[in-house]
Write a protein that binds this ligand. Structure first.
Ligand code: DX5
Ligand code: ZN
Length: 219
């Protein structure tokens, strides 16, 4: 049985107390944290970048899953490694040379992820599975927290799970991001997702308490 990972997204956090909130999450069994880097070009907002990752790295032993919503993510690989990223997830739509970028992330000593916007077909993955540790199926259009899950993505998750089994890569993780909460969690688990990003569902209110409630739902 594959372990299900609940992955809080700090995009919806209170940044004035981020270190404390991460500590509290870690204390109740959280192991990963999802870090949304946005450049104002690939997606409209600007969020934060390497300096913020560097400073939370000093306060947290969590696995840092960095979701790059930027153009030219290849130009950030060394800085992300230095800042303390454990996994770098790039958007297929932002990479002209996806194969090369994934190779460079591994070369730098990090795990790789490929993110797909809702309209992007799974076929872009066909020739990069050997270099991929995780596929991120965006279940909303990226850029903002608090949006509603797109129901059409359930079939996409299921198709990806089948594709990975058939291709001989059953260990590649499937992450879902956007609109995941108590109401949609079972749907994405049933479809085959095993890394569940949660922004507003964890950080609206008390993060540790919300995390424990969500954890109880996946057990
Ligand atoms: C959105 C980001 C998400 C965001 C999810 O583009 O990639 O990680 O934080 O927020 P929720 O869980 O509120 O939909
Ligand atoms: Zn994200």
């Amino acid at each position: 049985e594959r372990e299900i990972i609940l992955n809080p997204s700090i995009l919806s956090a209170d940044f004035t107390v981020l270190g404390e909130q991460l500590k509290a999450l870690e204390a109740c069994g959280c192991r990963w944290v999802h870090i949304d880097v946005m450049d104002g070009t690939f997606v409209p907002p600007v969020s934060f970048g390497e300096p913020v990752i560097t400073s939370i790295r000093k306060k947290s032993g969590l696995f840092f899953d960095v979701h790059m919503m930027t153009e030219h993510p290849d130009t950030h690989i060394d800085a992300l490694k230095k800042a303390g990223a454990d996994l770098v997830c790039v958007h297929a739509e932002a990479c002209t040379h996806l194969d090369r970028v994934l190779g460079a992330i591994r070369e730098a000593g990090m795990r790789t992820g490929v993110a797909l916007n809702p309209a992007t077909p799974l076929s872009v993955l066909d020739y990069v599975l050997d270099k991929t540790d995780m596929v991120l199926v965006m279940t909303v259009n990226p850029g903002f927290g608090g949006q509603s899950y797109l129901p059409a993505m359930t079939g996409k998750i299921r198709a990806l799970r089948n594709m990975l089994e058939k291709a001989g890569h059953p260990d590649i993780r499937i992450e879902v991001d956007g609109g995941i909460n108590a109401g949609t969690l079972q749907t994405v688990l049933d479809a085959g997702a095993d890394v569940l990003v949660m922004g507003s569902a964890v950080f609206q209110g008390d993060p540790a308490e919300n995390f424990r409630k969500m954890q109880a739902l996946v057990r």
